[in-house]
Each structure stands twice: as structure tokens, then as C-alpha cells.
Design a protein around this ligand. Structure first.
Ligand SMILES: Nc1ncnc2c1ncn2[C@@H]1O[C@H](COP(=O)(O)OP(=O)(O)OP(=O)(O)O)[C@@H](O)[C@H]1O
Length: 288
């Protein structure tokens, strides 16, 4: 799960420039240090193609590699699902894409730009993250959705459009102060399904070309689940999506499915999931 690394929907990395100048950090929850190149590329627009080329990564010298020579090619606009056992490395893979860590070897490219040379500010504009409820912070509904513009000016029309698309309007309109309602620490005044739709509305507002989605594992009631799933479908339109999936329904939203285990990534066919592989993945706790 990604909840340790993103408490307010943005990544809490402090990049260090070789010139020792700090880039404006986002809200700090945990601090990850990566080196930002002086000759970084400013990439204004990306279509969303993602390539992992022979990527290896481990957390320490004496521990086994979490990713061992992983190759992954995702076309712009494609949705892929990552499944695998707990501890299999799914979160680690997406952390590398967000540059919370750098690979020990290999390269990660977005539209053929090595992300190591892309400015962190641009990278994190293009790569969005939707995690479980921990992405919310104590502020109003509008601030939580328009988070990208929190330091400048939140566009209320865009906030309302994002809320509408994320199926969030129906509950926002019942709140005493509507979009100006404070949702409490980490959105604690909202239900799980409401928090998830708000996190989706924020991603719609941010509109990144590439989205990392960590599906919530907590159970929702049937109606809430349906509203969240519809919202997710809106979110995956017209962008590249990597979803860490725990439910078969979510896996089947993806065009391709990958199993990550023992450092290796293996594509599995969607039809095999429907033909019985799902049962074995469910019995081994990989899918719920
Ligand atoms: N910061 C860290 N320091 C050391 N080891 C770590 C760190 N983060 C993860 N690991 C280890 O790396 C391995 C992969 O963890 P990761 O979180 O990527 O797996 P995952 O597939 O996302 O698991 P889950 O489905 O349980 O969230 C695990 O063995 C984990 O203990």
C-alpha cells in the first residue's frame, strides 16, 4: 500500500539539486531523498508512454532484490493492472516511477525521456497518484479537490466538474457548507466510499497523463462500491493508468495484467483470469 508515502495526495519527497538549491517541497509526511540533476529536462507535455528497461532495485545490500531486471512497456493511454502477493514489490515499482527511489540499475522512461533527467516538479505534474483515504487532509472539500492549485487559485468550475465526474456531488450537496465543508483530519468526517470519490475527484482536477492507482482493500457497501467503480472508470479514460489491483473487477478494467512475484514481472492473460486463475489467486490471497 502507498499510504505511508502520500498523506495528502502528493509525494513527500524533498529533491536535492546538485547545486544544493531545494525545490519547493509538497506537504511533508515522510522524506525521501533523490538527487535531481542540474541539467534536468522540463517536459511540458507527455502523451503517457511508460517504459521500464531492465530495472533492478533492492532496499539494502544484504536484502534480496525486490525488482530483478524488470521490463515493462505501457502504451500511452493504456490501463495495466499489477497484481501479486503482499511484499511482491508492486508498491516499490510505482515508487520508482514517482522517483521516490532510483533504480540500482536500468532505466525508466516516460515518452522516451529518462525520468532521472526530468525535473521532479514536472514529473509529478504528469504522474498522479490516487491511494486510499490517506491522500486527504484537513481542509475543505474544494481545497482537497483543487489541491494542485492550493498555493495559487483553485478553479471552482473545475472542482465542480471533477466532483460531478467522480460521483461525489451527491454527498457534497448534502453537507451543511457544501464545497466549503471541512472534512476533518485525513477526511475522517467522511465515509470510506466518500473519501475514495474525493481522491478520484482530485486526480480528475489534476488531470495527469499517467496515473498510479492503489485500489482500496477495505470493503464498501454495494452502492458505494458501484459509485467508486464508475468514478474509477471515468478516471482511467484518456490517460495511462497503472493500477495496483486487489479485486477481480478492477483487474478486468485493465487491458493487460501483470503478476509481480520474487522480483520478476510476468504478463498473465485476462482470459486465464476468467478461466480459473482467479480462484487460485484468490486462494493464495492475491485477489479478494
Ligand atoms: N522502505 C523499505 N525499506 C526496506 N524494505 C522495504 C521498504 N519498503 C518495502 N520493503 C520491502 O520490499 C518488499 C516489497 O514491498 P512492496 O511494498 O513493494 O510490496 P507490495 O507488493 O506493494 O506489498 P503489499 O501488497 O503488501 O502492499 C517487501 O519485502 C517489503 O518488506
Amino acid at each position: 500500500m502507498l499510504h505511508l508515502m502520500a498523506s495528502v495526495g502528493a509525494i513527500s519527497a524533498i529533491p536535492i539539486r546538485r547545486s544544493n538549491q531545494l525545490t519547493r517541497g509538497w506537504f511533508l509526511e515522510i522524506i525521501t531523498i533523490v538527487i535531481e540533476e542540474v541539467n534536468e529536462v522540463h517536459v511540458e507535455f507527455v502523451a503517457g508512454e511508460v517504459k521500464f528497461c531492465n530495472v533492478s532495485f533492492g532496499y539494502g545490500d544484504s536484502t534480496p532484490l525486490v525488482l530483478n531486471k524488470v521490463d515493462l512497456y505501457i502504451k500511452a493511454g493504456e490501463t495495466v493492472a499489477l497484481v501479486g502477493p503482499s511484499g511482491g514489490g508492486k508498491t516499490t515499482l510505482v515508487k520508482l516511477l514517482l522517483r521516490l527511489y532510483d533504480p540500482l540499475s536500468g532505466h525508466i522512461l516516460i515518452d522516451n525521456h529518462d525520468i532521472h533527467s526530468v525535473s521532479l516538479e514536472h514529473l509529478r505534474t504528469h504522474v498522479g497518484l490516487v491511494t486510499q483515504d490517506t491522500t486527504l487532509f484537513s481542509g475543505t472539500i474544494a481545497e482537497n479537490i483543487g489541491y494542485r492549485d492550493l498555493l495559487t487559485k483553485i478553479d471552482m468550475e473545475k472542482v465542480k466538474f471533477a466532483a460531478q465526474t467522480a460521483n461525489a456531488v451527491e454527498f457534497i450537496e448534502t453537507l451543511s457548507e457544501g464545497y466549503a465543508t471541512n472534512i476533518g483530519p485525513r477526511g475522517s468526517l467522511l465515509s470510506g466510499g466518500q473519501r475514495q470519490r474525493l481522491a478520484i475527484a482530485r486526480a480528475l482536477y489534476q488531470n495527469p497523463s499517467i496515473l498510479v492507482l492503489d485500489e482500496a482493500t477495505s470493503a464498501l457497501d454495494t452502492r458505494s462500491e458501484m459509485l467508486v467503480r464508475q468514478a474509477l472508470q471515468q478516471l482511467t479514460k484518456d490517460r495511462t493508468v497503472i493500477v495496483i489491483a486487489h479485486r477481480l473487477e478492477t483487474v478486468l478494467m485493465a487491458e493487460r495484467v501483470f503478476l509481480l512475484n520474487d522480483g520478476k514481472l510476468q504478463e498473465i492473460s485476462r482470459s486465464s483470469l476468467q478461466d480459473g486463475l482467479h480462484d487460485s489467486l484468490a486462494s493464495s490471497g492475491i485477489l479478494i
